[in-house]
Design a protein around this ligand. Structure first.
Ligand SMILES: C[S@@+](CC[C@H](N)C(=O)[O-])C[C@H]1O[C@@H](n2cnc3c(N)ncnc32)[C@H](O)[C@@H]1O
Length: 290
């Protein structure tokens, strides 16, 4: 298997390959592999081919944690028949996993047809290409995502990227990558959404503290589809219409009794029960008012 100082290609139990980060001691999409996980969590759950087929105007995807680009390339391949233009806005603070993955494209398998686009993205942080009948514009914002949300996206002289219809949220786990799972991060992210543009954010974690963070940020939150690794994940959205199984009052009761439910307010991993202030904010969330 190929190894660099920071990454390694690993063979998963089902025979597919994925990238392993030595620094974080985490494998990207560790159980069913990168393509199957992206298909379950994003393509099928959001019904992206159908959504794009019925969409007019540009469809916008924010890809948080570009990593080895398995999520983006799986979404591109699955939606190739769509004719609406697609804009992908990727975020990561390093290109190293993408470079490493591209060097190992043959074992990973999912780069086929997109090697040239990925090479241009790495070189110029921007690429535009024809993909089936549609035009794809793919841009990369290289930098610390929480800081980009608080400063650079809004302070930059150029326009911030357009509000997303879908967000692929794929950081390392909250215990190893707490800066990407704080409540302030989700509150800042929510401010970039357009209330008139329905937007869904699926992510692989089902942790109570993540769900509470999303609810307090303004999202509606539901149980997300199984992926093969997890029997349940999480889906958040700025409208209840995009959520088929919203968290209910029974979930709220369990959150009230949980020892790990209070959001991380700082980028330091810790587990704590809900404070009375958070409990009250949750109780007043429109999702639990019916
Ligand atoms: C699990 S990997 C993403 C895998 C990727 N979505 C794929 O399909 O291959 C998590 C990614 O989040 C990125 N990341 C972690 N912390 C970050 C931060 N503070 N700002 C931006 N990106 C970050 C890592 O560099 C890593 O590439």
């Amino acid at each position: 298997m190929q190894t660099s100082a920071d990454y390694r290609i690993v063979k998963l139990a089902n025979g597919t390959h994925s990238v392993h980060s030595l620094a974080h001691r985490e494998t990207f999409h560790p159980v069913i592999g990168p393509v199957a996980e992206a298909e379950a969590l994003y393509v099928k759950q959001l019904r992206l081919p159908e959504w794009m087929a019925n969409h007019t105007g540009e469809f916008v995807i924010w890809d948080v944690g570009l990593g080895a680009a398995a999520n983006v390339l799986t979404v591109l391949r699955a939606t190739r028949d769509a004719s609406c233009p697609l804009r992908i806005v990727s975020f990561d603070h390093t290109l190293a996993p993408l470079q490493f993955a591209l060097e190992n494209a043959a074992s990973l398998g999912y780069f086929t047809d997109y090697e040239a686009a990925v090479q241009r993205l790495i070189a110029d942080h921007n690429t535009s290409f024809a993909d089936g009948n549609r035009r794809v514009n793919w841009e990369l914002h290289l930098g610390d995502f929480p800081s980009l949300l608080t400063h650079r996206l809004t302070d930059s002289p150029t326009q911030p990227p357009p509000a997303p219809h879908a967000i692929l949220f794929d950081a390392f786990s909250p215990a190893k990558n707490p800066a990407m799972w704080t409540q302030p991060l989700f509150a800042n992210l929510f401010r970039f959404l357009d209330p008139a543009r329905p937007c869904a954010l699926p992510t692989y974690s089902r942790s109570t503290l993540l769900r509470v963070s999303l609810l307090l940020a303004g999202f509606y939150v539901g149980a997300g589809h199984a992926t093969g690794e997890k029997e349940e994940t999480t889906i958040a959205a700025n409208t209840l219409d995009l959520i088929s199984e919203p968290l209910d009052k029974k979930w709220l009761q369990r959150a009230n009794n949980s020892t790990s439910a209070e959001p991380m307010w700082e980028p330091v991993y810790r587990q704590a029960p809900l404070t009375s202030e958070t409990r009250e904010k949750l109780r007043q969330h429109p999702q639990f008012q019916a």
